[in-house]
Ligand binder design. Structure first.
Ligand code: B12
Ligand code: SF4
Length: 621
């Protein structure tokens, strides 16, 4: 079920409010001297195609954004730890500025629920009187906030939904609060807490005091537990859907987040200093950059448009150019990935951004020579830019990941039919912009078709001829917050167990076939491997050398090399699953999974983030 939409006129924060709250917090920050550590959860078992390089070589934007917001609000003692780089980090042993931090934040995608829960379990080993305030956030909490409150290993999770005996549920170590939104929600929470924090009082105590008298109920975007005297969770209170910042120029600059990254390492604790500026580029050769949020399409399997309350939000060209100049100056990062859902959503805005970047020459930094970037867009919007390809190149844009899905239109129609997709790919390739195909395999799509081009391999062949530099093939998988989610469960497509092995959150990656109505779903698992092998192989790698003179230069060869390495990992990590699908018994879910605890709004009504029980769309607070 998609998230609810807030009432019209109440979906966005008042203009200027995100800037203002940071100013207000700066005025009190020194007095409170808070130390915060934000850890990004990462399950290393998810490392395979198509993200094998980007997943660890690009410091993620979410935790960096939260870190930047804290720094910009005056809380200088903030550190970001990425499990991508620090597998052994143990929050219960961390010290920042010689003490246990006041706040411990966990950022996680649903896919990384297992390590996120492990970190929460670990921090909860600290005596409650000394424990930092534990705040969970990221897309896991946006769509399934209950995951932060039930952390017993193997018992709950996006997929392994084996409910524990109800007498034990509440005893599970848990976060103090889940943030179901963005920077503003956290800052809003801090402002409420700091307004009442007694001198020297542990902030967790302030939190519990205010929480217990309902003082957090006016902060939309939180889910917190109500507990009994022994601290056991009884139910969850959901303060509603967040209000979004409408103008992304109000966000704090991204460079601050890079300055507080923990260096890659093997230790369980934190270093005395963050990663030095001159080493940032080595650890994160690709910089992820927020440019826009939202998408005008509404594909049934995608939660993004509703998450954004159907708004398309953007930074201005001026802001973006300044941000890039700062990043180049401070960290010399050359390659960037825009975290856009569809960068070309709004053509005038995209053109303004491109023109500004192409024209910027500031303090000796000529952006068009200094940065190379890529982002996501749709075939439809790319074709609409056909007269502006040169401008894209002048602005340093060198790759576009296009949601091709299934070009036959059997899955979705968003202007990505065969002819249009091929046209868009050729157009880009002719201009030296690498076309990167994102495909979605599904039950109705054959591996190969003889009569038409509906087969997976037929389509990959077309894309290859049209100049595709990379392909990704993901199996359609229920995505929390999408329209398709409930139906996939109630129609019995989603597996809970295969050959005695429970489906884990990390398998919701599109690489594992964990949902299919077919009696032989292993065919889909093998199709994905065959499709990758068809595209990434030594033959095409060597063929790439003959194309070095094309506008795409070394990109096809480079991507083939990466793709082959990625494919080895993909096969290694999914072949066992294919075996289970062939030989094992498949158990399927019957119902839409809801969380382990009752969840309600502050007034006792239906919770905005609850699943299953929401009869219609309700607004937040
Ligand atoms: C860039 C991106 C990637 C990159 C990430 C690379 C990197 N290292 O950064 C790549 C291409 C590798 C990738 C891969 C995948 N991705 Co991806 N990706 C995105 C995308 C487009 C942008 C993420 C981003 O940086 N956003 C910008 C930042 C600023 O926003 P944010 O991360 O949401 O963080 C904000 C809040 O969540 C919150 N927050 C975050 N952390 C914390 C922590 C605390 C303490 C608090 C208080 C708040 C908080 O505040 C932040 C600031 O506003 C999003 C869609 C989107 N628009 O968000 C999908 C998204 C994150 N991806 C998603 C998925 C499913 C995947 C894949 C599984 C592929 C797939 N099947 O689609 C793989 C997983 C790979 C892996 N092993 O991890 C889903 C996650 C859904 C979920 N329920 O968790 C998303 C949300 C897309 C969607 N379907 O809606 N992805
Ligand atoms: S075009 Fe992409 S971002 Fe937009 S709704 Fe469809 S899948 Fe989601």
């Amino acid at each position: 079920m998609p998230l609810p939409i807030r009432d019209s006129g109440d979906q966005l924060l008042p203009p200027g409010e995100l800037v203002d709250i940071r100013r207000r917090l700066r005025a009190v920050a020194d007095r409170h001297d808070l130390a915060t550590v934000i850890a990004c959860a990462f399950d290393h078992r998810t490392r395979m195609l198509p993200f094998i390089f980007a997943d660890t070589r690009m410091a993620p934007a979410g935790p960096r954004a939260i870190g930047s917001a804290l720094i910009d609000s005056g809380f200088a003692k903030t550190r970001i730890v990425l499990q991508q780089w620090n597998r052994n980090f143990q929050p219960s042993r961390m010290q920042l500025d010689g003490r246990m931090p006041d706040i411990f934040g966990v950022s996680s995608m649903s896919l990384h629920t297992a390590p996120a829960r492990a970190m929460i379990r670990d921090i909860c080993r600290i005596d409650p009187a000394r424990r930092p305030l534990v705040i969970a956030g990221g897309s896991m909490c946006v769509y399934e906030p209950w995951e932060a409150f039930y952390t017993t290993e193997g018992e709950w999770g996006t997929a392994t939904r084996k409910a524990a005996p109800s007498s034990e549920k509440g005893d599970s170590p848990h976060a103090d609060v889940a943030v179901t939104g963005e920077e503003y929600v956290l800052l809003n929470l801090l402002e409420v807490l700091l307004a009442e924090r007694g001198s020297g009082e542990p902030i967790r105590q302030t939190f519990l005091r205010i929480r217990d008298r309902g003082g957090l109920d006016g902060v939309p975007g939180l889910v917190y537990p109500r507990t009994d005297a022994a601290g056991r969770v009884i139910e969850l209170v959901d303060t509603g859907i967040q209000r979004l910042v409408g103008d992304l120029d109000e966000l704090p600059f991204a460079d601050a987040g890079y300055a507080i990254l923990e260096a890659p390492g093997k230790g369980a604790t934190l270093a005395s200093q963050p990663l030095a500026a001159n080493l940032v580029r080595k650890a994160s050769p690709i910089g992820s950059l927020t440019i826009t949020f939202g998408c005008k399409f509404s594909c049934e399997y995608c939660p993004i448009p509703v998450y954004n309350q159907r708004h398309i939000r953007s930074k201005s060209g001026d802001r973006l150019a300044e941000e890039l100049v700062r990043l180049v100056k401070a960290y010399k990062i050359r390659y960037y990935f825009g975290t856009d859902d569809n960068f070309l959503n709004n053509q005038p805005r995209a053109l303004a951004i491109l023109e500004k970047i192409a024209a910027t020459d500031q303090g000796g930094i000529r952006l068009r020579n200094k940065v190379r970037w890529g982002t996501e867009a749709t075939v439809h919007d790319t074709l609409a830019m056909r007269d502006h390809m040169d401008l894209m190149v002048r602005a340093g844009l060198r790759a576009l990941w296009l949601g091709v899905e299934d070009m036959s239109g059997a899955l979705v129609r968003k202007g990505q039919g065969h002819d249009r997709t091929v046209e868009a790919f050729k157009l880009m390739a002719d201009h030296g912009i690498a076309p990167m195909a994102m495909m979605m395999h599904h039950d109705a799509q054959p591996l190969l078709s003889t009569r038409d081009d509906s087969g997976l391999l037929n389509q990959i062949n077309l894309l290859r001829k049209a100049g595709a530099v990379s392909v990704q093939v993901l199996m359609i998988t229920p995505s929390a917050g999408s329209k398709l989610f409930d139906g996939m469960y109630t129609s019995g497509q989603v597996f809970t167990e295969v050959a005695g092995k429970g489906v884990e959150p990390r398998m919701y990656d599109g690489n594992h076939v964990i949902a299919s109505g077919l009696s032989e779903p292993w065919r889909k698992q093998l199709n994905i491997q065959i499709a990758y092998l068809f595209f990434y192989n030594p033959l095409r790698f060597f063929a790439g050398f003959f194309k070095l003179g094309s506008k795409l230069k070394k990109k096809p060869v480079g991507m083939q090399a990466l793709g082959m390495v990625g494919l080895v990992h993909t096969i290694r990590r999914t072949i066992g699953w294919a075996g289970r699908l062939i030989f094992g018994r498949i158990k399927r879910a019957k119902d839409v999974p809801a969380g382990p605890f009752p969840m309600r709004s502050p007034t006792g009504g239906v919770a905005a983030h609850a699943r299953g029980e929401r009869a219609d769309i309700t607004s937040g607070q």
